[in-house]
Design a protein around this ligand. Sequence first.
Ligand SMILES: *[C@@H]1O[C@H](CO)[C@@H](O)[C@H](O)[C@H]1NC(C)=O
Ligand SMILES: *[C@@H]1O[C@H](CO)[C@@H](O)[C@H](O)[C@H]1NC(C)=O
Ligand SMILES: *[C@@H]1O[C@H](CO)[C@@H](O)[C@H](O)[C@H]1NC(C)=O
Ligand SMILES: CC(=O)N[C@H]1CO[C@H](CO)[C@@H](O)[C@@H]1O
Length: 175
Amino acid sequence: MSVYLWLLLISIGVVSEERHFKFIFDRLTVKHFGEIVEELNYSLIQLNNRSYISANLLLKRDMYKIVLNTTMDFWNMDNKKTRLYRMRIDPCIFLEQIHKNRFVNMFTKSLFQHTAGQLTCPLKGKFNYTLNNWYMDEMDFPAFWPFGTFQAKTDISMDTKKTFNIMLRGRVAKK
Ligand SMILES: *[C@@H]1O[C@H](CO)[C@@H](O)[C@H](O)[C@H]1NC(C)=O
Ligand SMILES: *[C@@H]1O[C@H](CO)[C@@H](O)[C@H](O)[C@H]1NC(C)=O
Ligand SMILES: *[C@@H]1O[C@H](CO)[C@@H](O)[C@H](O)[C@H]1NC(C)=O
Ligand SMILES: CC(=O)N[C@H]1CO[C@H](CO)[C@@H](O)[C@@H]1O
């Protein structure tokens, strides 16, 4: 068998292998500050063993200067904490880059698939940004993922003012 065929078969096997875990979101809070936000709604629902997030956001005016400061931590079953990432980025530049952190890539890939090209810079004022039933698809993640809990915290400032504080807490559990 040629090496290439062999590699192809392996990669298909990895991609289609069933996942033995599921992601569950337990809590989402989004706080906003200042006068930039015109409308913000968000919801977290549990349906058929999946957690879905929907949201919409309307800003009062165009936003050119955005800083996103985010951390994600994971606790395994022995309560040992691992920091998956900590970043302070300009999302407008970030969106155009390919990232070294595999977990960041998986997470953003999944998120952007669900925002269908809406996220371009500058962010537009009076535009209704919507996220519709976003979930973390286990198939986008490695076949092996340890069980445990995670927490992602994100601070976003716009025009140098702290504007959003987002906290997402969840679990990786047996499917
Ligand atoms: C949800 O998960 C439970 C426990 O793992 C399982 O028994 C049940 O069949 C699942 N329900 C659906 C709709 O997948
Ligand atoms: C924005 O979209 C959401 C979701 O479709 C909708 O519920 C909301 O009313 C819209 N807001 C405005 C101001 O149109
Ligand atoms: C954002 O940065 C500040 C200052 O570096 C830090 O105190 C804060 O914890 C960071 N927030 C997140 C969510 O990482
Ligand atoms: C559908 C929904 O919940 N709409 C609400 C979104 O948020 C604004 C205020 O930011 C409310 O006025 C809407 O009723």
